[in-house]
Design a protein around this ligand. Sequence first.
Ligand code: ADP
Ligand code: MG
Length: 396
Amino acid sequence: MAWNTIDNMDLQGKTVLVRVDINVPVEDGKVTDDTRIRRIAPTIADILAAGGKPVLLAHFGRPKGKHVPEMSLQPLVPALEATFGVPVAFCADCRGPAAMAAVGALAEGSVLLLENTRFQPGEEKNDPALAAEMAALGDVYCNDAFSAAHRAHVSTEALAQALPSCAGRLMQAELEALEAALGQPQRPVVAVVGGAKVSSKLELLGNLVEKVDHLVIGGGMANTFLAAQGIDVGKSLCEHDMTDTAAEILAKADKIGCSILLPSDIVVAWEFKAGAANETVAADACPADAMILDAGPDTVSRIAGVLATAKTLIWNGPMGAFEITPFDAATNAAAQTAAELTQTGQLISVAGGGDTVAALNQAGAADRFTYISTAGGAFLEWMEGKTLPGVAALEN
Ligand code: ADP
Ligand code: MG
């Protein structure tokens, strides 16, 4: 993979169309979490420092090609100005004469925010006519929205084809982390996969089995794998119609030489609630009236053993029902081990997924990982081995 960065583009005096993800939570017209805005700030600062004029393109919500006033980007202007520390102008369109005029009037050292690209029916259709019109607004295209890169839209794909293009800092960091984790990883590579269901992560498991040396399976989906081995999982979350598929994954792993680590002991409870009475038993000893909510300490130490031999870790999905204590124990322990090995320089650790990021934050381990992807769907599609149109379009 090869793509341009801000460093190898000539941006002096150029108008740079920057695709960003600023789909931030807003309540009563105020931004309540500016994480996504802070993460794109380095890109904006570097474009300004290189003499470029940043024009931001972004979506907000799902207006489905219609002008929905509640999904305007305008309320974000104060938060953008506060984070970037420069004036941010707004234009109520992202195409046509108004957008042209706003770009023409953009002063050096300022940023322009164009209205929600998804107000345009052509955006999600990757419409060439819209692409041509929007490309005419700028000289260079910079994509800093990895989280939208699994969509082939005008603002993520067609513009990269139409203009000289580069990756923004956030996109660059994400691509470098992902490349280090699965592209050209240092081996052995361990994948930790957990979460609720096998069915939502089938493609992911299939791809990982081919690429990693060890696959740790935890969380609710491990129950389906236990059931596939003829183990009674009682009232646990389990997809009984997926046991054949789980068995196929195990067989494929065996054939390829990918070792699989399933829970050897489990924490069971009779109620799905915080502080519920629980017992730790062997993986094949779940009482008929109980459910498996976490992996046990023996499993945790086996996971730690595998991590200690690994050079690279890729993680998606919690090891248990981490939202309710004490069933966050296995997730927390594995997260701590990974964080410590990362800090001593033994491990490159990359994690992503909505609940995974929440779980690693809750464990207090997230900031000691090498990279935490907040990209959600795009991260999962990349873990599934899919080509992301927004990334492919950036490639030279
Ligand atoms: P991500 O969002 O990171 O991709 P998932 O959505 O696949 O992760 O999985 C997270 C969910 O899995 C959490 O809500 C968690 O409570 C649930 N989960 C994990 N282990 C179990 C279990 N043993 N029983 C029931 N739910 C579980
Ligand atoms: Mg989830």
